[in-house]
Design a protein around this ligand. Structure first.
Ligand SMILES: Nc1ncnc2c1ncn2[C@@H]1O[C@H](COP(=O)(O)OP(=O)(O)OP(=O)(O)O)[C@@H](O)[C@H]1O
Ligand SMILES: [Mg+2]
Length: 339
């Protein structure tokens, strides 16, 4: 396994600047998640690390070696895609064995390696099947198996779970975490799903419009976001962002501010800020209330089931937990430290 250094990478596609002067150091054995909305440049960054794309500017290092213009197969990286890209006419066994066959490994060693890999992934019983005979989750395990068997120094994952249903996604997420704990191969994992990023990443790198906004441990980013975008991208439902000038009760924060408050940091009280219920969503242990505050929606998360009975149009009084308020400049959206 190896460290990866992304150094001042810019990538242009004609007029489109997909990645802007992005630098990121990934430690040996680390699992880092690139998190950002659709089109922010995540896949482009991975493809540049893999060697499938050349940057317009900047350099890539794997270990201490510069690889910017090296071919993919000289880099010893393995990539797992969203679409599993298995060979349809080959069995699961032959799909996993494929990289070793290409490398002209002898038959007995191939067999041992495929069996060990299948055991690691719990797919020994499926090895004779063709991809079309496998479920989405099983196919994804085979694709992961094909990546692992090469013993690459870096794994690149491009939204590998996004084609799976919700339950399977949670299960595969846990399996990928376990696999990383066992193999400790340096991994770069791309997703737009903040829950995946929070649960899998040792560190998260938040990207928007090709720019790296913030890097840190999941809870550091969640608790200490640098700007309003990062604050609202992590956490579900997202942090409420309110313009200070619009509401009297926020005037104490001064002009030109955005006030951020997470849905779980608003309590329902007897007398306070008046809001009108739009929708109440019961999600099992918790209730999500969508309320109207003038013309804006404010979201409140509560575990008190009595509020599930509230009718749309009901008046509710809210109190923001003062010490949980985040302040941002309304002009730059950068965080202003208030606590
Ligand atoms: N080969 C290409 N030619 C032209 N433009 C491209 C090419 N590849 C990507 N782009 C553009 O670069 C930007 C970043 O694309 P990229 O695929 O890296 O985003 P992404 O973050 O992976 O998005 P998604 O979450 O939707 O997969 C987009 O504006 C996209 O349209
Ligand atoms: Mg992508």
């Amino acid at each position: 396994m190896s460290s990866v250094k992304i150094e001042n990478i810019t990538k242009k596609f004609g007029e489109v600047v997909a990645v802007k002067d992005l630098s990121l150091d990934i430690k040996e054995g680390e699992f880092i998640v690139l998190l950002g909305p659709s089109g922010c440049g995540k896949t482009t960054i991975l493809r540049i690390v893999a060697g499938l794309e050349h940057p317009t500017k900047g350099k890539i290092y794997i270990g201490s070696k510069e690889v910017t213009y090296m071919r993919p197969k000289e880099r010893n990286v393995a990539m797992v895609f969203q679409s599993y890209s298995l060979y349809p006419h080959l069995s699961a066994y032959d799909n996993i064995a494929f990289p070793l066959r290409i490398a002209k490994t002898n038959k007995d060693r191939i067999k041992k390696h495929v069996m060990d890999t299948a055991t690691l992934l719990g797919i020994n019983d499926l090895l004779h099947k063709k991809p079309r005979e496998l479920s989405g989750g099983q196919r994804q395990r085979v694709a992961v198996g094909r990546a692992i068997i090469r013993e690459p120094s870096v794994f690149l994952f491009d939204e590998p779970l996004s084609n799976l249903d919700a339950k399977l996604r949670v299960q595969m997420r846990a399996e990928l975490a376990r696999l990383h704990n066992e193999l400790k191969v340096t991994s770069i994992y791309v997703t737009h799903d903040q829950v995946e990023a929070m649960t899998l990443g040792e560190r998260i790198a938040v990207v928007k419009d090709g720019i790296l906004l913030q890097v840190g441990k999941p809870m550091e980013i969640y608790e200490d976001p640098k700007n309003a975008f990062v604050a609202s991208f992590l956490g579900s439902p997202a942090m409420n962002l309110l313009q200070s000038e619009k509401y009297k009760f926020l005037s104490k924060y001064g002009k030109d501010k955005i006030i951020g408050i997470r849905p779980e940091d608003i309590s329902i009280v007897k007398s306070g800020i008046e809001a009108t219920l739009d929708v109440a969503e019961m999600i099992g242990s918790e209730i999500i209330l969508y309320l109207k505050l003038e013309d804006e929606t404010i979201i409140v998360k509560t575990d008190s089931h009595t509020y599930a009975e509230l009718k749309p149009g009901s008046k509710v009084n809210l109190k923001l937990k003062e010490d949980r308020i985040y302040l941002f400049s309304a002009t730059t959206e950068e965080r202003i430290k208030n606590n």
